[in-house]
Design a protein around this ligand. Structure first.
Ligand SMILES: [Zn+2]
Length: 197
């Protein structure tokens, strides 16, 4: 099994997140987003849609509640896939619960580092490296880059296909690929050094 995509090694944080995801998913081999809500509820948390301020999501441990902003359609472009966006929000709050529940229970203010960890947790949970690597859309992506045809249109066409598959937004999928060393722009040199996915 390869642990590399685009020449990026697995970071310690990603490894921790992946271990936790695997523990929660168990033998589930399908798309993680399809199991997300059942996992959250299995941990004794409820999911509710309520109007929030600037935050898109929140976790309230005193009520064991994950809140998704019910006003997302008013805050974001109407073409946004709000189910996909909610998946990222719920997975982010699940990340806070799994990684930071002791700090939250102690009433500590979460820092930028905590937020970074929760964003990473959501990405790793929803878009596992192995599932990403094995998706059919990755092959034409690699081939286009290797052939020096890594144009904007090709990139985003496959990003949209992958996003639909993993039930995340295209921007979340794009960010995940960037974190794995793959980018739309300036990718030719980096991808050319990769011998295998
Ligand atoms: Zn957060």
């Amino acid at each position: 099994m390869s642990r590399r995509i685009g020449g990026t090694n697995l970071t310690k944080l990603e490894w921790i997140c992946a271990q936790d995801r695997n523990e929660l998913l168990g033998t589930w081999g399908d798309i993680p987003a399809l199991k997300l809500r059942a996992i959250v509820e299995g941990l004794g948390l409820r999911i509710a849609y309520e109007p929030l301020g600037d935050d898109d999501g929140q976790i309230d441990l005193s009520q064991r509640l994950i809140i998704v902003d019910s006003r997302l359609p008013q805050k974001y472009n109407e073409n946004t896939d709000f189910v996909a966006m909610a998946n990222s929000i719920i997975a982010h709050e699940l990340g806070h619960f799994r990684l930071h529940r002791f700090e939250l229970r102690a009433g500590e203010e979460l820092t930028f580092q905590h937020e970074h960890e929760a964003f990473t947790y959501a990405e790793v949970f929803l878009m596992p490296r192995d599932q990403l690597r094995d998706h059919p859309s990755m092959l034409p992506l690699w081939q286009a880059f290797k052939a020096g045809k890594a144009d904007h249109g090709t990139w985003w066409r496959h990003v949209y296909q992958l996003a639909e598959h993993f039930q995340v937004t295209p921007s979340a999928l794009n960010h995940r690929l960037n974190g794995l060393g793959l980018e739309c722009q300036k990718t030719t040199r980096r991808v050319a050094s990769v011998s295998r996915v």
